[in-house]
Write a protein that binds this ligand. Structure first.
Ligand code: CDV
Length: 308
C-alpha cells in the first residue's frame, strides 16, 4: 500500500488586478515550500489562478471570458507544471475552463508526479444565482457563468492511490463522496472559495461557517473511509472576505493538518493509504451493508416531497 505526503497550498487573496503570472509565481513559491517538507502531492484551491470573479455581476460575455482558460497548461501556467515535474510533485488546482465549443465550466485537473494531467473534473453543484440579486449583501453568480459539470465524479489510479476531485460546494453533499466511495476512492481533493459572510444571513458568524465546512469534509472522509484534503482560497479580495480553514482529514474523520491563517500557507501530512482499508472492509463495507433497494429517491427525486 502507498504512502504519500499530501500538502495543501492554501492561497490568500487574489485581487482583480493581479495577473495570472503573479499568481502562478505564488503557487510556485508554495510548491518550493512543499518540496522542502517532502510533499509528494500538492492541492491548490478552486479557481486558483484568479480572483473569485463570480462575485462580480457582468453582462458583457467578452468581459466574463477574460477569467477563463482556453487550454491547460497554457502560457501562464506552464512554469507551474514545469516546476512541479522537476520537483516530482503531483498537483491539482482549479480554474475556469472555456472549451473550444464555447462551454464554460468550473474545473479542476490533477497531474501525476511527471507533470502530466491524468484527470479532469467539472464542478457539479453550482451554488448561487443567475441574475443580479439586490437582496444579497454580495453576489454569487456561479449559476450565471458556469454550466453544471458533465463529467461526473470519476476517480483515477494516480501514484498508487485511487483519487478523485470535487470543488467547493460539492463538499456539502454526501452524494459527492459516496459516488467516489463506490469506486474505492482513497483520496478526495477539493479546493474552495467560501465567503466569510453569508450573503443571506449577515449575522451567521465565521465560526459556524468554518464548522460546517469541517463537518462536511470530516463526515465525507469517515463515511467513505478516505483521506480528504479541502483547501481554501482565503483573505480579502477587493473588499470581500473569504474564509480559510483548509484541512487534511484522515479516513477516521480526524484532522491531520489545518491552516491557521487566511494567507498563502502550506499544510501537509504524511498519509498511509493502508489506513483506508479498515473502514472499507468493516463498517463501510458497501458490498455487504448497503441497501440500495431503499435508496431509489436519491437518484429519482431532486427536491423534497413531503407526505400528504
Ligand atoms: N465557491 C463555492 O461553491 N462557495 C459556496 C458558498 C457560496 C456557500 C460554498 O459552498 O462554500
Amino acid at each position: 500500500m502507498t504512502k504519500l505526503v499530501i500538502g495543501g497550498a492554501q492561497m490568500g487573496a487574489i485581487q482583480k488586478a493581479d495577473s495570472r503570472e503573479a499568481v502562478v509565481a505564488r503557487m510556485i513559491d508554495l510548491l518550493e515550500q512543499a518540496a522542502a517538507k517532502g510533499v509528494e502531492m500538492l492541492v491548490y484551491p478552486e479557481l486558483a489562478l484568479t480572483t473569485f470573479f463570480p462575485r462580480w455581476y457582468m453582462e458583457d460575455q467578452a468581459e466574463v471570458d477574460q477569467w477563463f482558460e482556453r487550454e491547460m497548461p497554457n502560457g501562464a501556467t506552464q512554469p507551474l507544471f514545469d516546476r512541479a515535474r522537476d520537483l516530482g510533485i503531483a498537483i491539482t488546482f482549479g480554474y475556469a475552463e472555456l472549451t473550444p465549443e464555447g462551454r464554460h465550466f468550473n474545473t479542476s485537473i490533477v497531474t501525476d508526479r511527471k507533470g502530466e494531467i491524468v484527470g479532469k473534473y467539472r464542478k457539479v453543484h453550482l451554488p448561487g444565482h443567475v441574475e443580479y440579486d439586490p437582496e444579497r449583501s454580495h453576489q454569487h453568480l456561479e449559476k450565471r457563468y458556469f454550466e453544471p459539470g458533465d463529467l461526473g465524479f470519476n476517480v483515477w489510479r494516480n501514484e498508487g492511490v485511487i483519487m478523485g476531485m470535487a470543488i467547493c460546494n460539492d463538499r456539502r453533499w454526501p452524494e459527492t463522496y459516496r459516488v467516489m466511495g463506490l469506486q474505492g476512492v482513497e483520496l478526495i481533493t477539493l479546493g474552495y472559495n467560501t465567503p466569510s459572510v453569508n450573503s443571506q444571513m449577515g449575522d451567521e458568524g465565521l465560526a459556524k461557517r468554518l464548522f460546517h465546512s469541517k463537518l462536511s469534509l470530516q463526515a465525507g472522509a469517515y463515511q467513505n473511509a478516505t483521506f480528504v484534503a479541502g483547501i481554501a482560497k482565503a483573505g480579502v479580495e477587493d473588499g470581500h472576505p473569504l474564509m480559510g480553514g483548509s484541512v487534511i482529514v484522515d479516513p477516521n474523520g480526524f484532522i491531520l493538518a489545518e491552516a491557521s491563517s487566511e494567507e498563502d500557507e502550506l499544510i501537509f501530512a504524511p498519509c498511509d493509504f493502508a489506513d483506508c482499508a479498515f473502514g472499507k472492509s468493516t463498517i463501510f463495507d458497501f458490498a455487504r451493508h448497503r441497501r440500495i433497494e431503499h435508496y431509489g429517491r436519491i437518484t429519482s427525486q431532486t427536491g423534497v416531497i413531503e407526505p400528504a
